[in-house]
Design a protein around this ligand. Structure first.
Ligand code: FAD
Ligand code: FES
Length: 298
């Protein structure tokens, strides 16, 4: 059985499941990926669970994903790499076959000859043999350090796509909230909507936040998407510095300040504290927890 995991030590929230019956003890975990409220509501992190009595857990993905054999990794080579903001790189990988996934999902990238394997969300549309990523350079980080010395032609291995944070095919308004490179899965979703055979007419709002104007990424790509998607509105926030078109503060500050329809589905993607702040803001704005999907970049 292949349950979805990433960090395997309670730091990312990827494995989150719902305890239906029984009891579990949790070893140490990051409270920003599982809040006390979540815990009280029955959410658990199976990667740090100790189980002494029979219990039933419900996972937010289809059982076929856990029971199927994992396909072998694909070898991919870097076809393009460039720094696109103060702390972010755009990476393009050429893969030997078309990769099919749900817009918003991620793959695990393994640096050959090392023990470094990290998760990154595709920004491209599904079904192509070129995968596009926006990756924040984390000071001292293993993958980040490797990436700064990497060049065209270097090879990596990529896993099959994973994740339950993907665009739902629902006829309801959407609010996407991204912190930094958290915009990557939303680019994939918006590009998929722009290519949909029938125009998706429900209003879609994207709020993208960055530390300073120099940390903003993919603004040109978003301008192109706005031209193709009349129902899309984009708001930008920066924490420091001046940018005429940007609000001051965090992207989650805008939840509740912009009009939100009661039937809105909220998607939050970025650092865990931003995601938690977004969930609280969505609740304050009158939405329920079931209306909010989260992806934490840990
Ligand atoms: C589902 C998912 C999707 C994701 N998608 C994206 C994406 O599209 N774009 C993106 O930018 N990120 C994404 N991430 C985050 C990404 O997977 C990595 O966590 C991130 O890039 C950092 O990796 P790294 O190897 O550079 O840093 P790591 O090596 O993991 O280090 C992280 C931090 O820990 C510190 N550290 C490392 N080793 C030590 C040590 N021995 N002692 C003390 N401190 C240490 C580092 O200095 C750094 O600050 C995603 C994460 C998940 C879970
Ligand atoms: S895999 Fe369980 S919290 Fe990361």
């Amino acid at each position: 059985m292949n349950l979805l995991t990433d960090c395997a030590n309670g730091q990312c929230g990827t494995c989150t499941a719902q305890l239906v019956s029984g009891e579990v003890e949790l070893d140490d975990y990051d409270p920003s990926v599982l809040s006390d409220d979540d815990r009280a509501g029955g959410s658990v992190l199976p990667c740090v669970c100790r189980v002494d009595v029979p219990c039933v857990l419900e996972f937010p993905y289809d059982s076929s994903e856990a029971l199927s054999e994992q396909p072998p990794p694909l070898t991919a080579s870097i076809s393009h790499i460039a720094q696109v903001a103060e702390d972010a790189v755009r990476l393009e990988l050429q893969v030997p076959e078309k990769v099919h996934f749900e817009p918003g999902q991620y793959v695990r990238i393994h640096v050959l000859g090392s023990d470094i394997t990290r998760s990154y969300s595709m920004a491209n549309v599904p079904g192509t043999d070129r995968l596009e990523f926006f990756i924040r350079l984390v000071p001292g980080g293993g993958f980040s350090t490797w990436l700064q010395g990497a060049g065209t032609g270097d090879s990596v291995e990529i896993s099959a796509p994973h994740g339950s944070f993907f665009l739902r095919g629902e006829d309801r308004p959407r609010l996407f909230v991204a912190g930094g490179t958290g915009v990557a899965p939303f680019l994939s979703m918006l590009r998929a909507l722009a290519e949909a055979p029938l125009p998706a007419r429900q209003p879609t709002t994207l709020v993208i936040g960055a530390r300073t104007p120099g940390h903003l990424i993919a603004m040109q790509e978003l301008d192109q998407l706005k031209a193709k998607l009349p129902q899309l509105s984009v708001h930008v926030t920066v924490e420091q510095g001046d940018s005429p078109a940007a609000h001051h503060g965090f992207p989650t500050d805008l939840i509740g300040r912009i009009p939100i329809d009661a039937g809105t589905r909220v998607y939050l993607c970025g650092p865990p504290p931003m995601v938690e702040a977004g969930r609280r803001a969505a609740e304050t704005a009158g939405l329920s927890r079931q209306d909010v999907l989260c992806e934490r970049f840990t």
